[in-house]
Ligand binder design. Sequence first.
Ligand code: ZN
Ligand code: ZN
Length: 263
Amino acid sequence: MNSKENNSSKNLEDSIEKLSKNLYLESPDLWIEFSGKVNDNIFDEMVLFFAIKYNYKSIVEHAISNNLIDLNAPSRNNDYPNIKEHLIFIAKQNKSLDILNYLEASSSCNNIDKDTIVKKIDDSTSNSNANKGNKYFPRYLCDHCNHNIFESGYRVSESIEYKYSLENDKPIEVSRKLSNLVVCCNCNKDLKDISIESLNELCSIQNCTNCGSNLTVVGITDKSKMSFDNNLGKFSNISKSYHCSKCDSKISEKQREFFNIVR
Ligand SMILES: [Zn+2]
Ligand SMILES: [Zn+2]
């Protein structure tokens, strides 16, 4: 082990020890749970939650760089789609900017590429097609290079506004927002006419946008509505709409196209 590695493992040990003290003061039960996990080298969502809350970046780095946690796994907190989103929220809430940048960097283009490669390997190793069955892989072709950006990756940047603060003697962050611009990772050109929201929507096209049920499982109900025609004095003008059979919310235009449902 070289001296640099030595330093970082010393740093990690220090951080774990300090965090352990913080948690002991917060609640001895919490401390027992935390100590048990860390002793077993378990760095899960709960451990990282407190590491971020008390701003110990080295713990977060250790867990992520050694793949001790899958950031894309579902969060135990149902308000977030995955662990990564939950941790990013905690970092923002606690203004742990270093950790926030680190978490966001680990969701950059390279990682999208890596995830996709992993996914591809998974797909090709599960040689039973039946297994893949109805699994939907979203598709959006880049206008410029014709690659499916869900495979080759896409990049969205965040713009952060700083102002100088006399109080802190340094620039401080006043706002941050995602830019609307989506860039293809393969050809590095801008993708017009697509937003991050609509890309997310494409990913869940099989799912009801309201209750999240898989429509190929719960089914789609079609409804016909007749309206009364005053001139003819009778009901006519049938209009049709399509709904999630579970929660009855209307399926989107894109979903209709995707499932090939013609009016
Ligand atoms: Zn491209
Ligand atoms: Zn639904």
